[in-house]
Design a protein around this ligand. Structure first.
Ligand SMILES: [Zn+2]
Length: 244
């Protein structure tokens, strides 16, 4: 089965579903489409956020190198969970709302036509990060259920430090994937994104991500789990079980 992950930035795919990717990649063909580059919103190199908007050409060049670095980290992180197919659009970070929405939709449509995924995973509609929200919007627009569309199901994953920081909180997961055996691989893959990770008690920390996995797991009798919100599912027959 072909599966597409539409991720706003390199790191969201592992934070949201690194364990599930490890599980699914054993049997299925997974491709990850990254929409934005995840660097230039900081407006300063060295992975430092500054409150200024304008930047000079020197900073721009430095950040360009960091984009390449982060994309390479994504390739390495995904390899650790068994995923080899990646595509980076490098749209401007935290500025997808400045682009024509149609352009983003067409980019996702192109991947759907190429990959023909039965399942798509993407962000939650109510994340704090604007790129995440537009990843969701463009995905459901690009995969509208026309006759002949390959897409049967869409799931939203959780982006710790974005889904949980959007108020009012509205993530209502209804699918829980046992990642008891995959949690270690997820944390290992996250180490490729060490510049994006923060120290506890920041939510985007190793400790919090482990704690959240254990918390979701404990609700459903697993040692660790990743939580998803099923957005839509159309079923022709019941031959396939998604995650068994
Ligand atoms: Zn993100």
């Amino acid at each position: 089965m072909n599966i597409l992950v539409v991720s706003a930035h390199p790191d969201d795919e592992i934070i949201g579903m690194g364990g599930t990717l490890k599980k699914l990649s054993k049997k299925h063909n997974i491709s990850v489409l990254f929409l934005a580059e995840g660097i230039t919103a900081r407006k300063k190199s060295g992975h430092v956020n500054v409150p200024n908007y304008e930047v000079d050409n020197i900073e721009k060049k430095k950040m360009q190198r960091e984009i390449e670095w982060r994309n390479n980290n994504a390739i390495r992180a995904l390899k650790l969970v068994g995923v080899k197919n990646t595509k980076f659009l490098n749209y401007p970070d935290n500025e997808l709302d400045t682009m024509p929405f149609l352009k983003i939709v067409k980019s996702v449509e192109k991947e759907i036509c190429r990959i023909k995924p039965k399942i798509i995973f993407t962000h939650h509609y109510n994340d704090l990060n604007v790129d995440h929200r537009l990843a969701f919007e463009s995905t459901i627009t690009a995969s509208r259920p026309l006759e002949g569309s390959p897409v049967n199901s869409i799931f939203s994953f959780e982006s710790i430090s974005s889904t949980d920081w959007k108020l009012p909180y509205s993530f209502k997961p209804n699918v829980f994937v046992d990642i008891s055996n995959e949690l270690k691989s997820k944390i290992h893959a996250l180490s490729e994104y060490k510049k994006e990770m923060r120290k506890f008690p920041h939510p985007r920390s190793k400790d919090t991500i482990e704690a959240v996995a254990k918390r979701w797991g404990s609700l459903y009798g697993f040692h660790a789990a990743e939580a998803f919100e099923l957005v839509t599912s159309r079923i022709k027959n019941f031959n396939n079980s998604l995650f068994s």
